[in-house]
Design a protein around this ligand. Structure first.
Ligand SMILES: [Fe+2]
Ligand SMILES: [Fe+2]
Length: 460
């Protein structure tokens, strides 16, 4: 049986190959190493299933494999989805006999900004003329009435003004894109689209007020490609959620959204050898890392639409409440609450995130460390943060004391007694969407119930 994990990997490797092809030349070892991993996995598939094609479909902004949505990569693999849409296609089929040359040429085409095709037939000709032999462009998926579903750009515009909001996945993809594009642009001294960061923040603001849990559910996805991009999106979602629960003004919420998305932009100038180094850093390497808030503020200061608050938040996000941290802060400096909240969200995210070199802490573990760090954080904001995010943050899954499983939708009056949307019965049977129901642990009738455990990394 070919595992869904392998499909996730193939999709992510295709995306990594695309991303790296934009940075490097065609037969650069990095690009090729992704290509050969893809070929190995595809060959496993051909061997284990006996089929001669591995088809990855794309419908409505999601990858589909074997009739099911492949969720995780749909969040981070938007570039590949958009590429398929630019080719008027409904996905790609890797065929038996696929060679590294096929993938090299595939990546070459993805690296061109505009793909000059107007129909799927033209796309196929482009592939053939480029010498791609074993990657087939699939027809777009049609629903029963024959409507071709592919125009997500229009859907995005349409949905933004209609009363229904687009899916949280779509929002998460947009957030992810803003950050990863900003990183790419900053690394090459191109202009950053600050306006886009702000408009996405505005959208996030509307979304987070109505259904934060849905957004946060996405935020749990491990970030396959770059820790910094996923980290920034998660920090921004947390910051906007907490700020909005504290009833901050719209102006400050937009500021913290865009500032949080771009707060680590200075890391785009840190070489990977240092940023991703596994062993201990030398003093010089450490100094390079500690320079990222300053470098980030410098990058932002060169952009035309940047606000003072974006700059201040980027520059000050590693400065502690007691003035310690880095860079050095002049004694007269006054800290804006936006920077102070950003600093809290940044540390909380880093402590609770999965990284290759460490286990994730649960929120309780993170709060213990943060509360023990005297002078580290603004006390009032930290208290507010803890009461809003709670022991079981919205979007996480928990198991109740009677073994029912559900997603936390809201933190109740008590930070350890959330509202939970039950998604699986006591015997572990998943409930259909319509059969799900809410349990509010603060209510009298739920008195005997409690949260048994937080299911980290559980996706409902
Ligand atoms: Fe940072
Ligand atoms: Fe950060």
């Amino acid at each position: 049986m070919f595992m869904i994990d392998n499909i996730n990997n193939i999709i992510m490797l295709l995306c990594k190959g695309m991303a790296n092809r934009k940075l490097y030349f065609s037969d650069h070892p990095r690009v090729n190493s992704y290509g050969s991993e893809i070929i190995d996995l595809a060959n496993d598939h051909f061997r284990s299933t006996g089929s001669s094609e591995l088809f990855i479909g794309i419908v409505d902004g999601f990858f589909i494999f074997d009739g099911k949505r492949v969720f995780g990569p749909s969040v981070t693999g938007k570039q590949l989805i958009q590429f398929a849409e630019r080719l008027y296609s409904g996905g790609f089929a890797l065929q038996k006999g696929i060679k590294i040359g096929d993938l090299q040429k595939f990546f070459d085409i993805t690296a061109n900004r505009g793909v000059p095709v107007k129909t799927i037939a033209e796309a196929r000709t482009l592939f053939t003329n480029s010498g791609i032999k074993n990657i087939r462009i699939a027809e777009p998926f049609s629903d029963q009435v024959g409507n071709i579903k592919r125009d997500t750009a229009k859907a995005w515009e349409g949905q933004a003004v209609s009363k229904g909001l687009p899916s949280p996945t779509f929002l998460y993809q947009e957030l992810y894109d803003v950050v990863s594009n900003a990183y790419g642009d900053a690394a090459f001294d191109r202009t950053i689209d600050i306006d886009k960061a702000r408009s996405v923040s505005e959208f996030m603001l509307r979304y987070i007020q109505s259904s934060f849990a849905d957004v946060m559910q996405h935020v749990h996805y491990a970030d396959y490609d770059s820790y910094t991009v996923g980290h920034s999106v998660r920090v921004a979602s947390l910051a906007v959620y907490v700020g909005s629960a504290m009833q901050w003004s719209k102006k400050d919420l937009l500021a913290i959204g865009s500032a949080a998305l771009l707060h680590d932009i200075g890391k785009s100038r840190i070489p990977d050898e240092i940023l991703l180094k596994k062993g201990k850093l030398t003093d010089e390497e450490f100094a390079v890392i500690r320079d990222h808030p300053r470098a980030g503020a410098e990058i932002l200061s060169e952009q035309k639409d940047v606000s003072d608050l974006d700059l201040a938040a980027c520059w000050g996000h590693h400065i502690r409440y007691d003035g310690g941290g880095y860079p050095r802060q002049p004694g007269w400096a006054v800290r804006h609450p936006v920077t102070a909240l950003l600093q809290i969200c940044d540390v909380f995210e880093a402590l609770t995130a999965v990284r290759p070199y460490k286990e994730a802490l649960d929120p309780r573990g993170a709060y213990t460390i943060m509360l023990a760090d005297r002078g580290g954080f603004h006390p009032g904001l930290l208290a507010a943060f803890i009461s809003m995010v709670g022991m079981y943050p919205p979007g996480t899954y928990v198991r109740l004391s009677d073994r029912r499983v559900g997603m936390v939708t809201e933190v109740g009056e008590h930070i350890d007694r959330p509202k939970v949307l039950i998604t699986a019965s006591k015997i572990g049977e998943p409930l259909d969407e319509n059969d799900r129901y809410m349990v509010d642990l603060t209510e009298l009738q739920s008195q005997s119930l409690s949260v048994d455990r937080l299911l980290l990394n559980f996706i409902g």
